[in-house]
Design a protein around this ligand. Structure first.
Ligand SMILES: CSC[C@H]1O[C@H](OP(=O)(O)O)[C@H](O)[C@@H]1O
Length: 350
C-alpha cells in the first residue's frame, strides 16, 4: 500500500489567532497569513487566500469568533445584535458555497441558545468553531473511505480525473474528492490522477498538483480543454469532483467547467462522482436553478500573473461556478455513504 502525508491544514487556531495558508501564493511559496480580526477573515475569504467550500465554512466560523471578541458589551441583547452584524459581514464574502452560510448559522444558533454571560457565550463560540473544524476533518476521512466502495472495480488501479482543488487545502484537511483519491492511493487502487488546471484561478494546476506531489501521488496536469480528449482516448476510468452547493434533487454547483466534464463523462460512459459533506447539501433548494453563482472580477480572465492576455475592447464573463444536473451524476459520496442523487432526501435531518 502507499503512505501519504496529508497534514495539510489550511486553517489553524493558534495563540488566539487564525493561521491561514495563503493559497494565492502556492505552489511557489508556502506562506501563512495571521488573522486576528473578523474584517481580515472576510477579506481572506473574498480574495481566496482561503478557499474551498468546507474550508471557507471553517474560516467563517473562526471569523464569527474573532468578531465576537471585538464586541465590547456585557449586555446579551446588544452582543447578539452586534454578532448578527459580524455574520452579515462574512455572509457577503462569497455567495455559492453553502458551507459558509451553514457554519455562520451554526455559530449564531450556538450564541442564541447559550444562556450564560457574554464572556461564557464567547467561550462556547470558540468551542463551536473548533468542533466545526474537527467534524469536517473526520467527515473527509469518512468520505474518503465511502468513496472506495463505489469506485469501479476494474481496472484495479484506476486513472481518476478531477477538477479544481478538493483536497486538504479546500477542507479542514485530507479533502473530499481528493480525499477519495488519497484513500484510493493508500489502498493501492489508484494508478494516476489527471488534474484539470481549472482556469481562471488554476486551483488544479497550482493546488491539486501540489497536494499530490506532497503525497507522492502520480499526477498529470492537463488543460481544461484536454479532458474530453483524454476520455475519448480511454485514459480515464472515473471522474471525481467536489461541490459548493448541492440542491435537494442532487443538482450540484461546483467550479466552472464541472458541467462540461459531466456531459463528456456521460458521453463516454465514465462514472462521474461528486464528493461532499452533508454541510454542502442545501435541502431548502428543490433544484439547482436557484443556486447563486458567484461572478468574480474579470481580471482573473484577462490577466495571468502580471501579464494581460486580452486586448482592450474585449468584454469578459467570469462565473466561478456552474450547475451539473443530477441526471449526469453517478453518485454523491458523503460521510454517511454514497447515494444516487434521487436518494438524497434519505439524508435529511441526519
Ligand atoms: C472541497 S470542495 C471545494 C470546492 O470549492 C472550490 O471552489 P473555490 O476554489 O472557488 O473555493 C471548487 O468549486 C471545489 O470543488
Amino acid at each position: 500500500m502507499n503512505a501519504i502525508k496529508s497534514e495539510i491544514y489550511p486553517v489553524i487556531w493558534k495563540n488566539d489567532q487564525v493561521l491561514l495558508i495563503d493559497q494565492t501564493r502556492l505552489p511557489n511559496e508556502y506562506s501563512v497569513v495571521e488573522i486576528s480580526r473578523s474584517l481580515d477573515m472576510a477579506q481572506a475569504i473574498k480574495t481566496m487566500i482561503v478557499r474551498g467550500a468546507p474550508a471557507i465554512g471553517v474560516a467563517a466560523a473562526y471569523g464569527m469568533y474573532l468578531g465576537a471578541l471585538e464586541i465590547e458589551t456585557d449586555q446579551r441583547k446588544d452582543f447578539l445584535q452586534k454578532l448578527e452584524e459580524v455574520a452579515q459581514l462574512l455572509q457577503q464574502t462569497r455567495p455559492t458555497a453553502v458551507n459558509l452560510f451553514w457554519a455562520i448559522s451554526r455559530m449564531l444558533k450556538t450564541a442564541y441558545e447559550s444562556l450564560g454571560t457574554v464572556e461564557e457565550i464567547k467561550a462556547i463560540l470558540l468551542k463551536t468553531a473548533q468542533d466545526i473544524q474537527q467534524e469536517d476533518l473526520e467527515t473527509c476521512y469518512a468520505i474518503g473511505k465511502n468513496g472506495l466502495s463505489v469506485l469501479p472495480s476494474e481496472p484495479h488501479q484506476l486513472r481518476i480525473l478531477t477538477h479544481c482543488n478538493t483536497g486538504g487545502l479546500a477542507t479542514a484537511g485530507y479533502g473530499t474528492a481528493l480525499g477519495v483519491i488519497r484513500s484510493a492511493w493508500q489502498s493501492g487502487r489508484l494508478l494516476r490522477v489527471y488534474a484539470d488546471e481549472t482556469r481562471p484561478r488554476l486551483q488544479g494546476a497550482k493546488l491539486t498538483a501540489w497536494e499530490c506531489v506532497q503525497d507522492n501521488i502520480p499526477v498529470t496536469v492537463i488543460s481544461d480543454g484536454m479532458a474530453a480528449h483524454c476520455m475519448k482516448q480511454g485514459m480515464v476510468d472515473a471522474v471525481i469532483v467536489g461541490a459548493d452547493r448541492i440542491a435537494a434533487n442532487g443538482d450540484t454547483a461546483n467550479k466552472i467547467g464541472t458541467y462540461s466534464l459531466a456531459v463528456v463523462s456521460k458521453m463516454h460512459s465514465i462514472p462521474f462522482f461528486v464528493a461532499a459533506p452533508l454541510s454542502t447539501i442545501d435541502f431548502e433548494l428543490p433544484n439547482g436553478e436557484q443556486i447563486p453563482i458567484e461572478e468574480r472580477d474579470p481580471v482573473e480572465i484577462y490577466q495571468v500573473g502580471k501579464t494581460v492576455i486580452c486586448p482592450e475592447g474585449a468584454d469578459f464573463y467570469n462565473p466561478a461556478f456552474d450547475v451539473t444536473p443530477a441526471e449526469l451524476i453517478t453518485a454523491i459520496i458523503t460521510e454517511k455513504g454514497a447515494f444516487k442523487p434521487s436518494d438524497l432526501s434519505l439524508l435529511m435531518s441526519r
